[in-house]
Design a binder for this molecule. Sequence first.
Ligand code: F6P
Length: 319
Amino acid sequence: MRKIGVLTSGGDAPGMNAAIRAVVRKSIYHGIDAYGIYQGFSGLITGNIKKLEIGSVGDIIHRGGTILQSARCEEFKTDTGQRQGLACLEKHGIEGLIVIGGNGSYLGAKALSELGFPCIGVPGTIDNDIPGTQYTIGFDTALNTVLDAVDKIRDTATSHERTFVVEVMGRDAGDIALWAGLSGGAESILIPEEPYDMEDIAARIENGVKRGKKHSIIIVAEGVASGAEFAERLTEKTGLETRVSVLGHIQRGGTPTGFDRVLASRLGAKAVELLMEGKGGRAVGMEDGEVVDADLLTVLNKPKHIDHNLYQLSKELSI
Ligand code: F6P
């Protein structure tokens, strides 16, 4: 392997820069040239590719976003788009590609692997919804961003004795809501993976009020309902004054936590190692503190389950 390409795709996530840095530096350390493909799979089609040096990835380990930029590329879902991408890689003499992103990005990596091009998937998304890894790059930072917001909301909720509905990201996955809800002491947590019971939510709030509780916080993952919609239904049910806070894209930005930087560094380096061993069509991950890799297709076909024990615990602790 003489030349490795790296791209970031889909929703950006804090820690992606640390992963890019790891890929570039690990490659150069082993005498391999590293190429950055800009704007995800779109840049692969248009040939937005540049050689990266050691200094190209200096001063980025602590920065959110991705220096390679990202995109959601419809064209790469087509056979024509994929073949254009492949031609571009071949034109630059790139022999292996590392794709940092979420499920959609993995599909792009899978398509190229099926065309015979060695690709490795590195899980980068705040949603923590990729099988084959306990944690995705960016999840820990997003969790802490949400937690910081929830703590602040709690201050004002207490002062005004209000109920707050906090809408967080997660179209299909409830990990951000669940972890932030548990660590933020939320009264109820609504996630796409579990049905919710309005009677139970109302009863929890009303019991709290009877006990003299000064506030209630309900975390709603965007995949369940919009915060505004849910708050309206809650007010109808309880008659309580409710406010809504939609955290939105602030969850995707910010300085990556130490955990995310270490995770990104380890997974980025492992992806390079796999390509050096002549392997492709793999996805890297972290399981029980160990860096692992698995077949990309198997990972894509495996459902990622919510941690039911954690969900149950959140219910028991928020009585
Ligand atoms: O996949 C990450 C994610 O942040 C989801 O949680 C969210 O639903 C989505 O991206 C938002 O995507 P966009 O930035 O394209 O609106």
